[in-house]
Design a protein around this ligand. Structure first.
Ligand SMILES: [Zn+2]
Length: 102
């Protein structure tokens, strides 16, 4: 009887220790914005109101000249670099479902 109580108490203490260990591990992980977001670049024309948003490429910076505007032929520059929250599969599915009714 006593042995059973000791074994059960031991198992419970192991579980509690494991749970606390998991909590400490989760807290110790540093915040990584790249895990939940993706970098986006807003490219815009210097003359007309043409803008386009696309994925960020390495070593791009604000006001960098990118190319020619497809509308008027003037140079396009990077007007903004920002993080965008990644959409979950559920959100994408929901948006697709909504789009078929529009
Ligand atoms: Zn333009």
């Amino acid at each position: 009887m006593l042995l059973t109580i000791i074994i059960v108490a031991f198992i419970i203490s192991l579980l509690v220790t494991y749970r606390n260990y998991r909590k400490v591990r989760a807290r110790a992980e540093p915040y990584n914005p790249f895990k939940e977001t993706r970098m986006k670049v807003k490219v815009g024309c210097t003359k007309c109101n043409y803008t386009k948003t696309r994925a960020f490429k390495h070593s791009e910076y604000i006001f960098q000249e990118i190319g020619k505007c497809p509308k008027c032929g003037k140079t396009t520059i990077i007007k903004g670099i920002y993080h965008q929250k990644k959409k979950s599969r559920k959100e994408i599915k929901w948006e697709k479902w909504l789009a078929q009714w529009q």
